[in-house]
Design a protein around this ligand. Structure first.
Ligand SMILES: NCc1[nH]cc(CCC(=O)O)c1CC(=O)O
Length: 331
C-alpha cells in the first residue's frame, strides 16, 4: 500500500470525516452484509435432544422441520449459505464409522430437507468422521493412532453420499493429508463436477471447539486430543503450507479456523493466495461473546464488530452462529 500523504495539523484533522454518520459511511473501508455470512446449524435425529445447547446459549439443536424453518429464515434474511452439522444417535456410533456414508444419516436427510424447502440455498456440509465415530475423533482410530489413508477413503464415501443428497459445498474439516485431491477426483469421476470444496485448510488444534463438541455429542467420546492432525496454534508457516497444499489439490475456497484468535492467518492467506477466504467464528468464540452480552458486560454491537474484523482481515465471508441475528440487525 502506498503511504498516505498527511499534511500537518491543522490542515489534516482526521476527525472531519468522522463527524456524521453519512460521512463515516462514505469512507468505510470494508462492509458487512448478509452475503458475507454462512450459518452453521445443528440437526438432531435423537428424540428429546432438540432445543438449546447449554454451552451455546441461543443456539438450538434442530429437528428436520427446524432445519427447514432455518432455511426459510436464512432465505428471508439474504443469507446465502447454511452449513449442516449432524447430531446422531450415540448408540449407532461405531469404530468403523459406517453411518458417515449412509444416505439416510441425519446429515444427509438434513441436506435434502433444506434443498427441498429452499432450492437456491447453498448447502455446505462437514466432512469428518466425528459425529458418527464411537471414539469422537475425526478419523479412524486403530490402537490409539488416527489412520490417515484409511480415513481419506472413508471421507470420500461420506462426501459422495453428501453430494448425492444435494450438497453444493463440501467442507472437509478432518485435516487428514491428501483428502482434497481424493475428494476432488471422486467428485469429477462420479459426475459431481459442480460440487465445490471449501477446505478447512488452516484448522488449528484449538480449545475454542469445546461447546461444538457438546453440541454434536462428541465430548464424552473423545479420548485424547486432535493434536496429531490439527495445526499447532503456534504455527503460521505450517498453516500457510496447508492452504497452499489444499489449493494445489483443487480446493475452490479455503478456511481459517478458529477466527478471532487467528486474524493474522486470515490476512496472510488472503494476501498470499488471493483465493476465496473464509473464517470460522467457532463455538467457543460465540460462547464468550454471547455469554458476556447476556450478562450485560458487552453490548450487542460486539457481534457486528467481531464480524467486521474478519472482513478487515481479508475474509470474503464468515461462518458464524450469530449469522441470523446479525443479518436481522443489518436489515
Ligand atoms: N471435525 C469436526 C468439527 N467441525 C467443526 C468443528 C468446530 C466448530 C465450532 O467449534 O464451532 C469441529 C470440531 C473439532 O474439530 O473438534
Amino acid at each position: 500500500m502506498a503511504s498516505p500523504i498527511i499534511a500537518p495539523f491543522p490542515a489534516t484533522r482526521l476527525r472531519r470525516l468522522r463527524r456524521t454518520a453519512n460521512l463515516r459511511a462514505m469512507v468505510s473501508e470494508v462492509n458487512l452484509t448478509p452475503a458475507n455470512l454462512i450459518w452453521p446449524i445443528f440437526v438432531t435425529e435423537v428424540a428429546g435432544a432438540e432445543g438449546e445447547i447449554a454451552s451455546m446459549p441461543g443456539v438450538q439443536r434442530l429437528t428436520l422441520d427446524g432445519a427447514r424453518r432455518a432455511a426459510e429464515r436464512a432465505a428471508r434474511l439474504n443469507i446465502p449459505a447454511i452449513c449442516i452439522f449432524p447430531h446422531s444417535d450415540q448408540d449407532l456410533k461405531t469404530e468403523a464409522c459406517e453411518r458417515a456414508w449412509d444416505p439416510d444419516n441425519i446429515g444427509n436427510r438434513a441436506i435434502r430437507a433444506v434443498k427441498e424447502t429452499v432450492p437456491e440455498m447453498a448447502v455446505m456440509t462437514d466432512i469428518a468422521l466425528d459425529p458418527y465415530n464411537a471414539n469422537g475423533h475425526d478419523g479412524i482410530v486403530q490402537n490409539g493412532e488416527i489412520l490417515n489413508d484409511e480415513t481419506v477413503e472413508a471421507l470420500v464415501r461420506m462426501a459422495l453420499a453428501q453430494a448425492e443428497a444435494g450438497a453444493d459445498i463440501l467442507g472437509p474439516s478432518d485435516m487428514m493429508d491428501g483428502r482434497i485431491g481424493a475428494l476432488r477426483g471422486a467428485m469429477e469421476t462420479a459426475g459431481h463436477k459442480h460440487v465445490a470444496i471449501l477446505s478447512y485448510a488452516a484448522k488449528f488444534a484449538s480449545a475454542f471447539y469445546g461447546p461444538f463438541r457438546d453440541a454434536v455429542g462428541a465430548s464424552g467420546r473423545l479420548v485424547g486430543d486432535k493434536k496429531t492432525y490439527q495445526v499447532n496454534p503456534a504455527n503460521r508457516g505450517e498453516a500457510l503450507r496447508c492452504v497452499a497444499r489444499d489449493l494445489a489439490e483443487g480446493a475452490d475456497m479455503v478456511m481459517v479456523k478458529p477466527g478471532m484468535p487467528y486474524l493474522d492467518i486470515c490476512r496472510a492467506v488472503k494476501d498470499e493466495f488471493g483465493a476465496p477466504t473464509f473464517a470460522y467464528q467457532v463455538s467457543g468464540e460465540y460462547a464468550m461473546l454471547e455469554g458476556a452480552i447476556r450478562n450485560g458486560w458487552l453490548s450487542r454491537d460486539a457481534m457486528t464488530e467481531s464480524l467486521l474484523s474478519f472482513r478487515r482481515a481479508g475474509c470474503d465471508g464468515v461462518l458464524s452462529y450469530f449469522a441470523p441475528t446479525v443479518a436481522e440487525m443489518l436489515a
